[in-house]
Structures are given as structure tokens and as C-alpha cells.
Design a protein around this ligand. Structure first.
Ligand code: AMP
Length: 366
């Protein structure tokens, strides 16, 4: 595989915050960046060379993108496979449409991980109401596709509750998962290209209402568990024949065993801390991976923490940035104009042993 050298043009499907941070990594390396997004004011719009304005089901938009790009990557995986198949005929798509077809469907994804020998939570396909007859409760009912940040998910304690949730989701195909009694949650971000494979240090994640709230790096787990987690991520990346970045979200059990929750074949919210904490950020590594350039070191400069800023922090008006920044945190805002509840608007990071306390306190004074 030939390298795609600086001066070339990278296309990104989606113009949200991940595309914005990918562009902020690609531009200093000399790449041109073009995103496809329906919103001309999308978060990436102010930092990219061009926004191709189009819906994700508009074949003309994909044709335009293919014409001007040397490689295309993405910031979200919920694009229908039929469009990706066509796109991949004219321009390299990394990660490939075959990977995306698996990771956009929880059921296919779990079947795939199972086949690699890596453990996932017990699960059952629920395609129609009758499938709930033999189900075990309690569990978490999740729509097989289009769910994110806790959306399309319901904890269900009985068949009646599961039926209600299934109908509320519109009777679409679902997965019923057993509830994992985990000790903590981690994620492993792994990059793979024609030149090899490389993991980031492990991130420890705390969620609130199904949305990532805080990340700590390195995760407070034993070396044995860390090795097991990285081995599992590499195994999955290789089995997928990944070209690009993959985040593997995992549960850690009290005995240290790991259980995979889900995959995201793109930069991940838990990896935002790499911008400050690692020698190479997840965004730069993603660019290197899709362009088949040698990887940068993922070594930590320092331990660190990240706190997400959701639209809820705007409830009482514009947050007090001055006060928050007095504590030495770094501020990242995504340029979203409308601060809706539960919408990811930005994040704060800090380095050092007290990083978690620092980002939490800074967020409180907002
Ligand atoms: P997901 O969208 O699947 O990543 O789920 C969001 C969050 O819900 C996870 O990070 C966990 O905190 C929780 N969760 C999801 N699935 C399970 C499960 N099977 N058992 C326990 N907690 C879960």
C-alpha cells in the first residue's frame, strides 16, 4: 500500500467534533481536508478547506467527495453500506465498508467479536416481540443500529418492560444483553495500517446517563489486565483487517477479566485526552493510519483526565470560562451554536496526578 503523502486531500464523512479535531491534526501536516455534512455550519466547517453540503443518503454528495479526495475516512459509522460500497469503488475508504457494515449493527458486531474468541456480554437477538418469550431478565435492550450515547437503550427487568421498550423503539431489530456487573469501564484505542499496529495507553471511563462523563489515563488497572485488554483490541483489529483507528470499549470485572462492550472504528471521545497527554494524539494517529504513514509514539507525557462539557452546562447562561481556566485546565469547544441538553459541546483536560480532581472542580465552577 502506497503512502498518501502531505499535500494530498483527505475526505471525512461527517463534520462534527471528531472531524474538526481530525482536521486540526491533518492541517499542520500539510493535508487538505474536505468534509461531507448536511450542515454548512457543522463544527468542522471553520477549520477545513471545504464542506461538501449534502445528506448522507445523497449519491451526488459522495460522488463529489470521491472526485476531490485521495482517501476518505469518517467520524461516524451510521452510513448505509450501499453508499459506502459505491464510494469505495472510486476512492480508498479507510476503515473499509466491510468493517462499517459490522460495527454499525450491534448484532453483527457481537457475532464477529465472539468468533475472534474475545468475550462479550451474553446477548440475544430480538427481531420480533415473540423473541422475548425465551429471554432472560434483567437485561439491557438496545436497538441493533443507530443507537449512540445511551439512546435506543433501556434497562428492562421483565418481559412486559422489554415488550414496552421494543414497541417504543419502533419494533426495530434489537439486542438484549445481560447486565454486566463490572468493576470499571475502559477503552483501548488501536491504530492499524499496512505498516503495523499500535495501541494507546488504556483509558478509564466513567459514564453518566449512558454518556461518557470523565476519562482518566492511564486506567487504574493491573498490568495483566492492561495487557489482556490491548491483546484483545489488537486481535479484533487484525480480524477486521483494519486500516485506520478502532476504539474497543470494555468492561473490567472485579477479578480483572475483560468483556468487550462495543467497537467504534474511528477516533473516540475517551481518546481526546491524547491531545495533551500523549506524544501523538489519536487524531494524528488516525491520519497517519489512513495515509499509511509511520505511526507516532503513543507514549504518555503525563497521566491526565478529561471531563466532557454537555449542553446542560449552558442552562444558566454562558459558562464562566475565566473562572474555570484559572485552575490550569485546557478548554476545547466544538463551535456548536445551540447548547442542547446532553449535547457534547466541548471538553476540559488536565495533566498530572491531580488531573481528575482539577477537571471536576473546573467543571463545577463553570
Ligand atoms: P453503549 O452505548 O452500549 O456503549 O452503552 C453505554 C453505557 O451503558 C456503557 O458504557 C455502560 O456504562 C452501560 N452499559 C451498556 N451495556 C451494558 C451491559 N451489558 N451491562 C452493564 N452496563 C452496560
Amino acid at each position: 500500500m502506497k503512502p498518501i503523502l502531505p499535500g494530498s486531500t483527505i475526505g471525512i464523512l461527517g463534520g462534527g467534533q471528531l472531524a474538526r479535531m481530525l482536521a486540526l491534526a491533518a492541517k499542520p501536516m500539510g493535508y487538505n481536508v474536505i468534509v461531507l455534512d448536511p450542515d454548512p455550519d457543522c463544527p468542522a466547517s471553520s477549520v477545513v478547506d471545504e464542506v461538501i453540503i449534502g445528506a448522507f443518503n445523497d449519491p451526488n454528495a459522495y460522488a463529489q467527495l470521491a472526485q476531490v479526495c485521495d482517501v476518505v475516512t469518517l467520524e461516524f459509522e451510521n452510513v448505509a453500506t450501499e453508499y459506502l460500497e459505491v464510494l469505495a469503488k472510486s476512492v480508498p475508504l479507510r476503515p473499509s465498508q466491510h468493517i462499517l457494515a459490522k460495527t454499525r449493527d450491534r448484532l453483527l458486531e457481537k457475532d464477529f467479536i465472539n468468533k475472534t474468541g474475545v468475550r462479550v456480554a451474553p446477548y440475544q437477538a430480538i427481531e420480533k416481540l415473540e423473541d422475548l418469550a425465551a429471554a432472560r431478565f434483567p437485561g439491557i435492550l438496545k436497538t441493533a443500529t443507530l443507537g449512540y450515547d445511551g439512546k435506543g437503550q433501556a434497562k428492562v427487568y421483565s418481559k412486559v418492560e422489554a415488550e414496552k421498550a421494543f414497541l417504543r423503539f419502533g419494533s426495530v431489530p434489537c439486542v438484549l444483553e445481560g447486565i454486566v456487573d463490572f468493576f470499571l469501564e475502559i477503552s483501548v484505542i488501536v491504530a492499524r495500517s499496512g505498516l503495523g499496529v499500535q495501541c494507546f495507553p488504556i483509558f478509564e471511563n466513567q459514564h453518566k446517563d449512558g454518556i461518557l462523563d470523565l476519562t482518566i489515563v492511564p486506567a487504574r488497572i493491573s498490568e495483566t489486565t492492561a495487557k489482556q485488554a490491548q491483546d484483545a483490541a489488537v486481535k479484533i483489529a487484525k480480524a477486521l483487517e483494519l486500516r485506520g483507528l478502532l476504539c474497543v470499549e470494555m468492561f473490567v470485572m472485579s477479578g480483572g477479566q475483560i468483556v468487550v462492550n462495543e467497537l467504534a472504528p474511528r477516533p473516540h471521545n475517551s481518546g481526546h485526552i491524547t491531545i495533551e497527554a500523549c506524544q501523538t494524539s489519536q487524531f494524528e494517529q488516525a491520519i497517519r493510519a489512513v495515509c499509511n504513514l509511520p505511526f507516532g509514539s503513543t507514549e504518555l507525557y503525563s497521566s491526565g483526565a478529561m471531563a466532557n462539557l454537555l449542553g446542560d452546562h449552558w442552562e444558566k447562561g454562558t459558562p464562566n470560562w475565566k473562572k474555570a481556566l484559572e485552575s490550569g485546565v485546557k478548554l476545547h469547544l466544538y463551535g456548536k451554536k445551540e447548547p442542547r441538553a446532553a449535547r457534547k459541546m466541548g471538553h476540559l483536560t488536565a495533566l498530572g496526578d491531580d488531573a481528575l480532581e482539577i477537571v471536576k472542580r473546573a467543571r463545577e465552577v463553570l
